[in-house]
Design a protein around this ligand. Structure first.
Ligand code: SAM
Length: 508
């Protein structure tokens, strides 16, 4: 048989073209096959779903999701904290607390109130901010107070569950695929009075409806099912307690400088690591708890322990219950605590303060009532999902688990609302952009807590508090912004997130 190179040389030009085209099409098929793996399926799904939720902003968010993510450095107070802070500052990183203070002074002096509420361009304010930073002499950190408006009462009918903005429910029937039309025709599942037409609604499907539909079933079907029943009063009021904890030290590089990497953490003289690299969105979830000295904190889905570590670094809570249903992930949490908390394995002090539990969060019980509960739920973990095939929630064998996520998330949130004392706070967080898993679950959790357990909580609007982060990260604003929580958007200038954070305070 003649070698291919020989054939190419000796065949007439036209035949060569045919052979090349055939080879090209072979490559094409191979590529096609590769592009059918879970991460590509996830991206296809997000393209359709998030494309309609975030509109033209989605492409930039998608580009950022596919790029290297940015980290902040959480300084370990149980290591050589001052030395570590100096080391990070020398490398050009900024202390987040000081940045917030500067941003706040800037907001107060330079931004008119109306602009404050409407600002959606962190970049433009950053350039003004940079000028302002030059002027700032004092970096003294005073308490940070919120500048929110008066409370706002919301009835069920106002809620974004049924509009395009809130849940990505398209009003336009034209985008329905035939599969989805087929599904919407099932009036047992979809309430026609809700005007629901798009598959975006289909993020929520009871598993009983899934049999045999694994390949084509849209994300969920079933929001209306959980939204039926009587209306319930829902109060959104501005957060006023928000302060940056005195002892929490977080370092970050400026926006547009995410090519700078923090070096590998090093062991301190005490044997623990000097800092923990993490997503800034995770820091926000803990800040939203508004921890106070002596708090009893439950971290309901705690492993591998990043947010629990932030809570510990505030030096505020007396007791942290770190719970997670996954034994292997709890083992990871223990290893991280051992790496970051001096004498973790041997000291009784830690045994009294950190209680590790391996239960399903929905079954936890506590007679005293926690002061604060963090529910950092399992979710579609969007960044991981579009970058890694391993352990991907879009794997065909995980479809049931994926479609049941909002149901599980809402149940975990209800459990949290029951476990927190009256007057205490629950922070619900995800690392997903999905309005269903974010505002949708918060809404459903509040409704279920009220209807099934007579528990009432208000939503604390963190938008006023979080505007201070606008020189550090990109928050969803305007049309894209959730109603109940704050959403950190992946962006090339500050590639954190996604992270959704909602704060609820139990009033009954
Ligand atoms: C997003 S991760 C938590 C990350 C963690 N908070 C951190 O900051 O490192 C979600 C966790 O929820 C756990 N989980 C899933 N279902 C659970 C359940 N029913 N009860 C408790 N934990 C659960 C998973 O094992 C996973 O570790």
């Amino acid at each position: 048989m003649l070698p291919a190179s020989y054939i190419y040389k000796k065949q007439p030009y036209a035949i060569n073209l045919i052979i090349q085209a055939r080879n090209k099409s072979k490559t094409h098929w191979a590529k096609l096959r590769r592009k059918n793996t879970p991460k590509y399926k996830a991206m296809d799904h997000f393209d359709e779903f998030y494309g309609s939720v975030f509109g033209t902003n989605w492409q930039a968010m998608k580009d950022a999701l596919l790029r290297r993510s940015k980290y902040v450095a959480l300084v370990n107070n149980y290591g050589d904290a001052e030395e570590t802070s100096e080391y990070l500052a020398k490398r050009g990183a900024h202390c987040l607390k000081q940045l917030l203070s500067i941003q706040e002074q800037f907001n107060n002096q330079y931004t008119p109130d109306v602009e404050k509420q409407q600002s959606s361009e962190p970049k433009s304010s950053t350039s003004k901010l940079e000028q302002y930073v030059d002027k700032v002499q004092s970096t003294d950190i005073s308490s940070v107070y919120s500048e929110c408006e008066s409370p706002q009462k919301l009835e069920l009918s106002d809620i974004s569950l049924y509009d395009k903005k809130g849940l990505g429910i398209a009003q336009d029937d034209s985008i329905q695929s035939s599969e989805h039309q087929h599904f919407s025709a099932d009036s047992r599942v979809i309430d026609p009075t809700m005007g629901i037409s798009s598959d975006h609604l289909y993020q929520y499907i009871p598993t009983t409806k899934l049999k045999g539909m694994d390949e084509w079933v849209p994300e969920s079907l079933h929001y209306s099912y959980y939204s039926k029943g009587k209306d319930f009063p829902l109060l959104i009021e501005p957060e006023t307690e928000f302060t940056f904890p005195e002892h929490l030290k977080v370092f970050t590089y400026e926006m547009d400088s995410d090519w700078i990497m923090f070096p590998e953490p090093k062991r301190c003289t005490t044997g623990v690591f000097n800092y923990y690299p993490m997503d800034c969105g995770s820091v926000l979830s803990v800040l939203a708890l508004c921890l106070s000295a002596g708090d009893r904190l439950l971290d309901m889905c705690s492993a591998p322990g990043g947010k629990a570590l932030v809570a510990l670094q505030t030096l505020l809570p007396d007791i942290i219950v770190c719970n997670d249903s996954s034994i292997s992930r709890v083992n990871r949490l223990e290893r991280i605590f051992n790496d970051y908390l001096f004498d973790y394995k041997t000291s009784n002090k830690w045994r009294e303060r950190i209680l590790v539990s391996r239960k399903d969060g929905r079954t936890l019980q506590d007679d005293l009532g926690f002061d604060k509960v963090l529910v950092d739920v399992p979710c579609t973990t969007d960044r991981h999902t579009v970058n890694e095939d391993e352990n991907n929630i879009f794997r065909p064998d995980r479809i049931r688990e994926r479609l049941r996520l909002p149901e599980l998330q809402a149940q975990l949130l209800v459990a949290a609302l029951r476990l927190v004392r009256v007057g205490g706070a629950v922070v619900y967080s995800t690392c997903s952009l999905s309005p269903v898993q974010n505002d949708g679950v918060v809404h459903m959790g509040l409704k279920m807590a009220f209807e099934d357990h007579n528990v009432v909580a208000t939503v604390k609007d963190l938008s006023g508090c979080f505007t201070r982060f606008s020189s550090t990260l990109q928050l969803a604003s305007g049309e894209c912004a959730p109603k109940y929580g704050q959403l950190v958007l992946p962006s090339l200038s500050a590639n954190f997130g996604p992270a959704y954070v909602a704060r609820l305070v139990r009033i009954k």
